[in-house]
Design a binder for this molecule. Sequence first.
Ligand code: HEM
Length: 218
Amino acid sequence: MAELIPFSTVLRERSSSAHAGSEHAGFMADLMRGEGTRDDYIALVVQHWFIYEALEAAADRMKADPVAATFISDKLTRLPALEADLAFLIGDDWRERIEPLPTTRRYVDRIRQVAATWAGGFVAHHYTRYLGDLSGGQFIGRIMARRFGFETNGIGFYLFADIADPQAFKEVYREQLDAAPWDAAEQARVIDEVLVAYRFNTDLFTDLAAAKSAAASA
Ligand code: HEM
């Protein structure tokens, strides 16, 4: 009998081209190449705030679900770090000065509809953001710190103070994905929702690039 491929491996493989789409989106690639400005970086932090507000509100609602609960950890919570970053980057009145972009509104609506009501959907959105933050995010944080001279203020989002070993944390997370009580049909639905989440992240970079060129020609 052929050996069963773990769900976490299938998920990573099935989403790798969607991941490449997000990773190589122009706005993100420019930031990573050092061609983005501090304002570009701030614009991204702002959109993250709306996304994590929805994601972490969904986590609060899903805590009672036994499957979702295995993935929920206070060690991952990003909203306080994002709020401290925004106060540092924009000022204490940051809340009055931020707006979600159109893709962010749609992404947040999707999280509210899907991730707050369906365990598999919640895990799909949770995985796409937090496993990314613990992977490429660690690298992105270091590049932004170097480029804009941040020490901890401004890049708190990328610093997981309570996760000393992101690699080990991700391994446990993958074991939990493999242990989730999902049949093949449910696994396929979860993968589809991860692809939806990647699409939002890629489209968000398109929106950020459009907002930037609109601001430049205003
Ligand atoms: C400059 C942008 C990015 C870079 C350089 C990057 C890089 C990476 C790398 C190197 C890994 C593999 C780490 C490992 O196997 O341990 C990874 C994994 C991952 N990234 Fe990204 N990434 C970027 C953007 C994104 C974005 C925008 C998202 C989605 C919001 C994302 C979501 C993920 C996820 C979910 C994983 C975990 C895959 C898995 O192991 O199942 N990444 N990233």
